[in-house]
Design a protein. Structure first.
Length: 625
């Protein structure tokens, strides 16, 4: 029966994915009109205006052009490796701004703060970008990722009599996953649940799940499991949904002295992160200068195009030599690497064609669409998933696809069908007991405990670790702002900045800077985040602490922690409408970022009509008694 279940469920997912694909494509199409441009810049989905930089061939022989953004440099952007972009020009037509798009789609090779390197299809496009004025660049609808997910679902549904078919039927049934039997390995530096998780990973023949609530050392456990697996296997594949998560785990593994080969470019472009990318290693190979000169010769022969009798022979000879060198460098780099790291969609890279791995590790598995997981699973014999399905879910834009269950992840499915393969990490090392307790009780059946050494951590004596400042007496109200239609609550934002300033001055400037006490200011609404950034930027008293304060959305704080966290919830209306604050997993992330002090600012009258916020509000008030 499991076989039919699996196929039906995957067919259902394919339909939902098509709905999502069409919704996103349609939204993208609607936004290409001129009015949407300013909104896209504010959202970080476009740069305008830009200045072209140099044009060159990179080590993978792709023609690339550098571009720099020259305005709105304080806005965090969403450009990263592998994302498709298109360039546009703005011209005046009778006083109206007209946007005209370039025909070719380009791809981001990497993006830093205000500099981006883009792979372009031909030298004509490169010249236009390098020399054009009034140019901009924006994210393009990412059709490739969808195509890869559709292909993966089709391949998984069609699979018969192979490992992929076996894993598919297993994940969709209650059949027992197979295990090896051996004595547990001891890891004295891990706590008992972490140690158990590593052993469960080693024992799993088919699948294991490491469920890591906030602060429980999921990454530490995963790194240990990977390094222990490498004592039994020569190479493993490590993936995650986002480039950022791949960077994070790659960095931890590299620090352990493990040779990581990163397919694709990191989101934070620094030497440490770049040093393990395929591109950088390829360039550093001793045979590379020779390959470079052959490629240069190929371009020169092409440019001269004297199609004489020996043009083709010359070309064939040079190209054969170039290919031979490329393959030699490639096989050496892959031969030396112990971990191949990439995003889930990145595993479709032609560099990995035909490669098979005994073990695939998927980190942040609760944030990945199931279809994306199947892209990587076909390369593996067994799968280890790590994440927390009580934190951020995958992003799904279409309401219909969401209601149909597209956001249900493979990890959730396996947790529901096979509780025996799940290990819950139960000791957290981040938060004061009071900050953690609410999340543990509400989301994890009270099973998460605090490590004794951090249970009572705090900054000021006799301080209550969590406070809720009720903004209902403030005459605070939410409003839509500008063309971005984001929600802001200006009175609440002002109170947030005042509260932050007071708290830091109470600790004392000297102590904050000496101990580098860091602060995160979180709001679920992007417009409020930008408003808060502006307010903090203008406040002179906060200048000395500028390096220690970060302001971002909940998603922007995924996987991070700070000593002090302030959350501005924004919503304030007479109907008790709270919009996407109803996504409680997002709130779980927000309230568990704080190590020692959590300050929530929100209109209790609006929020506490929802049972979750009522419980949270009552819990915080009970601490003050």
């Amino acid at each position: 029966m499991s076989h039919e279940n699996a196929i039906l469920s995957l067919q259902q997912q394919r339909l939902l994915l098509e709905i999502e694909f069409n919704t996103e494509r349609e939204a993208y199409r609607r936004q290409t009109e001129a009015i949407g441009l300013q909104r896209k810049v504010k959202r970080g989905d476009a740069w305008y205006p830009i200045r072209g930089g140099r044009t060159y061939y990179n080590s993978l022989n792709q023609l690339v052009v550098e571009v720099f953004r020259t305005a709105d440099t304080d806005i965090e952007h969403n450009f990263e490796y592998g994302r498709p972009v298109c360039f546009f020009r703005i011209s005046d037509e009778g006083g109206n701004a007209k946007v005209s798009y370039f025909k070719q789609t380009c791809t981001v090779s990497y993006a830093d703060g205000d500099r981006m390197v883009v792979i372009v299809p031909d030298s004509g496009t490169a010249a236009e970008i390098a020399n054009g004025d009034r140019l901009g660049v924006q994210l393009f609808f990412d059709e490739t990722s969808y195509r890869l997910m559709f292909e993966a679902l089709d391949r998984t549904m069609k699979a018969r009599g192979n490992r992929l078919a076996y894993l598919r039927d297993l994940f969709y049934s209650h059949a027992t996953a197979q295990t090896f039997t051996f004595q547990p390995v001891r890891f004295p530096w891990l706590n008992p649940t972490q140690e158990r998780a590593v052993n469960e990973v080693l024992r799993a023949k088919d699948v294991a799940v490491v469920h890591g609530p906030p602060g429980t050392g999921k990454t530490t456990t995963l790194v240990e499991a990977i390094s222990e697996t490498l004592r039994r296997e020569s190479q493993v594949l490590v993936c995650a949904q986002s480039n950022m998560a791949v960077d994070w785990i790659s960095e931890q593994l590299t620090d352990r002295g493990i040779n990581v080969l990163r397919i694709g470019n990191p989101t934070r472009v620094n030497d440490k992160m770049l040093s393990f990318t395929y591109e950088r290693r390829f360039e550093a190979h001793p045979d590379y200068p020779q390959l470079w000169s052959i490629r240069k010769a190929i371009r020169e022969v092409r440019a001269q195009r004297k199609r004489g009798d020996n043009y083709h022979q010359k070309m064939d000879r040079l190209q054969a030599r170039a290919t031979e060198l490329e393959l030699r460098i490639q096989s050496q780099l892959f031969g030396e690497a112990r971990v191949i790291a990439s995003t889930l969609t990145g595993t479709a890279n032609r560099l990995l064609d035909g490669q098979k791995y005994a073990t695939l590790f998927i980190d942040e598995a609760a944030q990945a669409l199931e279809a994306a997981c199947w892209i990587a699973i076909r390369k593996a014999t067994r799968v280890v998933l790590a994440g927390d399905h009580c934190q951020l879910p995958p992003t799904v834009k279409s309401i219909a696809a969401l209601k149909g269950g597209l956001a249900t992840t493979l990890m959730e499915r396996i947790v529901a069908n096979k509780p025996e393969v799940v290990t819950l990490l139960r000791v957290q090392y981040r938060m004061n007991e009071h900050i953690m307790r609410f999340s543990s009780d509400y989301f994890y059946h009270g099973q998460v405990e605090s490590a004794p050494q951090i249970k009572y951590r705090g900054i000021l004596d006799y301080d209550i670790p969590i406070t809720w400042l009720d903004t209902s007496d403030l005459d605070s109200h939410e409003e839509f702002v500008g063309e971005t239609f984001g929600r802001v609550n200006k009175a609440e934002a002002a109170l947030t900045v005042d509260t932050l300033e007071r708290y830091l001055l109470k600790i004392g400037k000297q102590r904050v800077t000496d101990e580098r006490i860091d602060v995160g200011v979180i709001s679920p609404y992007r417009a409020q985040v930008q408003h808060l950034r502006r307010l903090i930027g203008k406040r002179d008293t906060l200048k000395p602490f500028r390096q220690l304060i970060s302001v971002n959305t909940v998603d922007g704080f995924q996987g991070q922690e700070r000593d002090i966290i302030l959350i501005s919830l924004v919503r304030a209306n007479s109907e008790g409408q709270i919009g996407f604050l109803r996504d409680l997993r997002r709130m779980n992330v927000a309230i568990t970022r704080a190590r020692m002090k959590l300050i929530i600012l929100g209109d209790a009258g609006t929020l506490t009509r929802h049972p979750f916020y009522r419980r949270l509000f009552d819990y915080v008030k009970s601490l003050e008694e």
